[in-house]
Design a protein around this ligand. Structure first.
Ligand code: GLU
Length: 275
């Protein structure tokens, strides 16, 4: 059975781009007689605002969606720790104390998620306190061999996790990184079709590698096009895209809005980036 999900982070209100993403995931599940899940990705304790989860549920209901909710990330910390421990035992994680600024200054390339970590701490032997843990991607790929994954829209892909460099899996300031938590969760939730925006396309290279290392089932992916502003940048609340909570409270009809988004009729100035 097809199982899709919408996995918002409660660090800001949902906007039209989130609505579109949730509708795509919801409708794919419904069209295939499957299940649609909501997962609150509140791994980032410092930035998470727990009260937003209730707003998200109200927004989705207002759009006319129905879902099953799976445990939030804050309820699954031991799973992430166990996954990291397995990778550590395989000798694939190493501690890193570099700050973001240090990584940016030392980086020789820029990848899909910004400066690519140049491996500064890869051969250190001490385990300093307050370190993040990075995945040794070259060593991990040697262990798994070449990997493939399938995007419903873009077709078969060769996994190229090296594009993102040695990503952080356990953060200094949070229990786990997005990459580790989302991969472990999608497996725990039985997700068969990971539905999300194309901005996370490159992250999938890393997720596919983690699945191979941890022996997790391999879903398919559906990275949909993003809603963009006239300047081509993706919608963001901070640039004035209205929050769904605002539209809902202003008395707009959520089901009408959802149907407009389904039919690719967007408010003035907003379009779907098909590039
Ligand atoms: N929590 C992520 C976000 O809000 C989405 C993660 C995902 O769909 O894999 O951007």
């Amino acid at each position: 059975m097809e199982i899709t999900r919408f996995a918002p982070s409660p660090n800001g209100p949902l906007h039209l781009g989130h609505a579109y993403s949730a509708i795509v995931a919801h409708d794919l599940a419904r069209a295939r007689g499957g299940r649609f899940l909501l997962r609150i990705e509140d791994i980032d304790g410092a930035r998470s605002r727990p009260e937003l989860a209730a707003e998200f549920r109200a927004d989705l209901a207002w759009l006319g969606l129905e879902w099953e909710e799976t445990p939030a990330q804050s309820a699954r910390l031991p799973r992430y720790e166990a996954a990291a421990e397995r990778l550590r035992e395989m000798g694939l994680l190493y501690p890193c104390t570099c700050t973001r600024a240090e990584v940016a200054a030392a980086a020789r390339e820029s990848g899909p998620e910004g400066p690519v970590y140049p491996g500064t701490c890869r051969n250190g032997s001490a385990v300093p306190t307050g370190a993040a843990w990075r995945l040794d991607v070259a060593r991990a790929m040697k262990r798994t061999g070449p990997l493939e994954w399938e995007d419903e829209l873009a077709g078969p892909q060769q996994a190229r996790p090296e594009l993102l460099g040695d990503v952080v899996l356990m953060r200094k300031d949070a229990p786990a990184s997005y990459h580790l938590a989302a991969t472990v969760d999608d497996a725990a939730d039985g997700v068969t079709l990971v539905t999300r925006g194309r901005d996370l396309f490159a992250a999938t290279h890393v997720h596919r590698l983690l699945q191979a290392l941890l022996g997790l089932p391999v879903p398919r992916w559906h990275h949909h096009a993003l809603l963009v502003e006239p300047d081509g940048r993706k919608l963001a609340k901070r640039r004035g895209s209205p929050g769904l909570d605002q539209l809902r409270r202003a008395g707009r009809d959520g089901m009408v809005l959802a149907n407009s988004l389904r039919n690719h009729r967007f408010p003035a100035g907003i379009s779907l980036d098909r590039a």
